[in-house]
Design a protein around this ligand. Structure first.
Ligand code: NBP
Length: 477
């Protein structure tokens, strides 16, 4: 018997994906650089399905039916290239290498092009949901050649999470499209987490609530329109009490957020594409600021002044207002992330269906939420939607939220509580809706110091003012 699919790289993610395939009735070929991991999997979980373990890459490849489907689940970066270099010579035309790790989409584009030259299909597949997702059903975002999906898609769809029987897996687009979308998923995740953290901070400091009470608030929000995995686990984290000290868990954790890089990649890519993903950027920067121990210590030592927080200082129902601010800011962050996906799709000719991305994020992944149904519907109605903010549902949500949103941002500023996510989302919203922006003045400055020219509101063409000349005449250029 030959295996339908193989997995090489059997650390936690690869092991769980392999088990997931086996639990769905597929025979799974197993390989890992160090054989110990392969043996461990078979010893512990061999009873869950049919596995064909191999010690050598050659035996592993020989144990697969054609076209071969080899999932690579190793540490992203140089290890992925090492594995590709090891396997590509052993494969034949039409075989598939599927990189399910967190690769950068530009690496995926490079690898795909190189393997296409050799007649091999390379599929960069974003996999979200962590260890649990890998085992019980992740959200899967495969890119690569369309034709590879015919032979690969059904297997991936089998192991993916399901919503109403529909798999959270779809062919995203060619070459790096899958890894790009997974990267933006993670960027949105950063923004979502930052916004939730700001909501907590305001409820704690201005609302005067204890973590356990805030857990209750998040619990109730979870049954409403904010209902999502991240809100649900936030309630769990806030409920947690440290066994050693008896204090709330959040009070014993060092307040320096770490990151592995996908948020940063999202912002870097957005800068190149010229898409203002301010919500994601602020959340990456907020983590960096939290981790800046030296700067924070210097500020504390210098006693940088600011108001001391007055509990109860908010004109309105703080909890209800924060819920509105959180929802509106979340809409902005998603609108920005989806705009980035659309911009990249255009830049690289990927033809990504944004509604399909919202659909496959409804379960299995970290940002899974009810909310995504509305995003899917928005793009189903208007595939070319310029921004989610103008869709009926989101427009009405933001209109309903804006007074509360402004009050929350004002309270945060007055009380000296940093809320970069809420504040930048509101600034983005106001920027988008402004009839006139001060960008006109910036154009004037650019023309003054660099003769960069400007366009006029009343006629076409490019103009330059001769700033140094008498009377400062304008010339058309
Ligand atoms: P790790 O990222 O910790 O990688 C460990 C695996 O890489 C082991 O199988 C190891 O083999 C193999 N490996 C390394 Br390291 N260097 C290698 C090389 N030069 N040649 C061959 N194999 C090599 O594993 P993970 O946490 O399971 O994550 C796997 C991938 O999934 C990563 O890209 C990660 O970013 C992504 N991901 C992880 C999560 C998560 O929640 N952990 C979620 C979503 C995506 P060895 O056993 O011989 O050392």
């Amino acid at each position: 018997e030959k295996a339908q699919i193989g997995v090489t790289g059997l650390a936690v993610m690869g092991r769980n994906l392999a088990r997931n395939f086996a639990r769905h009735g597929h025979t799974v070929a197993l390989h890992n650089r160090t054989y110990g991991r392969t043996k461990e999997l078979v010893d512990e979980f061999g009873h869950e399905g049919r596995f064909i373990p191999s010690e050598s890459a050659e035996d592993f490849v020989a144990s697969l039916e054609r076209p071969r489907r080899v999932v690579i689940m190793v540490k992203a970066g140089a290890p992925t290239d090492a594995v590709i270099d090891e396997f590509a010579p052993l494969l034949e035309t039409g075989d598939m290498l599927i990189d399910a790790g967190n690769a950068h989409y530009l690496d995926t584009r490079r690898r795909e092009a190189a393997l296409r030259e050799r007649g091999l299909h390379f599929v960069g597949a974003g996999v979200s949901g962590g260890e649990e997702g890998a085992l019980h059903g992740p959200s899967i975002m495969p890119g690569g050649p369309r034709e590879s999906y015919d032979a690969l898609g059904p297997l991936l769809e089998d192991i993916a999470a399901k919503v109403d029987g529909e798999p959270c897996c779809v062919h995203v687009g060619p070459d790096g499209a899958g890894h790009f979308v997974k990267m933006v998923h993670n960027g949105i995740e950063y923004a979502d987490m930052q916004l939730i953290a700001e909501a907590y901070d305001l409820l704690r400091q201005v609302g005067g609530h204890q973590p356990a009470e805030i857990a209750q608030i998040f619990g109730s929000w979870n049954s409403g329109r904010l209902g999502s995995y991240l809100i649900e686990i936030t309630a769990e984290v806030l409920k947690q009490v440290d066994a050693a000290s008896g204090k709330p868990f959040v009070d014993v954790v060092l307040d320096q957020a770490e990151q592995k890089g996908t948020g940063r990649w999202t912002v870097q890519a957005a800068l190149d594409l010229g898409v203002p993903v301010s919500g994601i950027a602020e959340s990456v920067f907020a983590r960096a600021l939290s981790g800046g121990a030296a700067e924070r210590k210097a500020a504390a030592d210098a006693g940088l002044p600011g108001p001391s927080v007055t509990a109860g200082a908010h004109s309105g129902d703080l909890t209800a207002d924060v819920e509105q601010a959180l929802f509106a800011s979340k809409i902005v962050a998603y609108a920005q992330g989806f705009q980035q996906i659309q911009a990249a799709s255009k830049e690289y000719g990927w033809s990504i269906d944004p509604g399909a991305m919202a659909k496959i994020w409804r379960d299995g992944c970290i940002i899974r939420a009810k909310f995504l149904d509305h995003i899917k519907q928005a793009y189903d109605k208007a595939p070319e939607l310029a921004t989610l903010l103008v869709d009926d549902y989101f427009l009405s949500a933001v209109s309903g939220a804006q007074d509360a949103w402004r009050r929350v941002v004002a309270t945060a500023a007055q009380q000296g509580i940093p809320a970069p996510g809420f504040a930048s989302a509101l600034a983005y919203y106001d920027g988008l809706r402004a009839a006139r922006l001060p960008a006109a003045l910036i154009q004037g400055q650019r023309d003054f110091f660099g003769a960069h020219t400007y366009r006029r509101v009343d006629k076409p063409g490019s103009f330059h003012t001769l700033w140094a000349a008498d009377g400062r005449p304008e010339v058309e250029v």
